[in-house]
Design a protein. Structure first.
Length: 149
């Protein structure tokens, strides 16, 4: 009887764990799933970067409009005036596009231009005074040109 108990214990030990084939199938399924998910994750990061830049553009435009309404319909001479006012208490946000990453400089112009500098553009005089846009001629993730926002 004692020998039968030892044989049962040995048989139980061999049944535990996974076979090499089961492990290989599991690893291949995980690999296939990661090939599907990783490109979509990369696209989500690009979309969130674009949304942050568009949000910063809209917030700056709102601050410019508030300044305009509170100062007898006079636009600020440049964006540093906005930074020193009650409408914007922080440094200018950085522009994050696929081609231009990390600029918060402002180009003051007299007209809207299609320059591809990846910087903020601000019109200081003329019929488009007070217009703020992103100086980038590349496309965002929705296939719109950045300077059209």
């Amino acid at each position: 009887m004692r020998c039968g108990a030892i044989v049962k214990i040995k048989n139980k030990r061999h049944n535990k764990g996974f076979t090499l084939m089961e492990l290989m199938i599991t690893v291949s399924v995980i690999g296939i799933l990661s090939l599907i998910v990783l490109p979509k994750m990369n696209n989500l990061l690009a979309k969130s970067r674009d949304a942050g830049t568009k949000g910063a553009l809209l917030n700056l435009r709102s601050a410019i409009r508030l300044y305009y309404m509170d100062n007898e319909q006079v636009f600020p001479s440049d964006l540093s005036v906005i930074q020193q006012s009650k409408y914007w208490h922080q440094s200018l946000p950085f522009i994050h596009t696929k081609e231009h990453d990390g600029s918060n400089k402002v180009n003051l112009t007299n007209d809207i231009s299609n320059a591809d500098t990846g910087e903020w553009g601000y019109v200081t005089s003329g019929p488009f005074t007070g217009t703020l846009w992103i100086q980038c001629t590349h496309f965002d993730t929705k296939e719109h040109i950045w300077s059209c926002y």
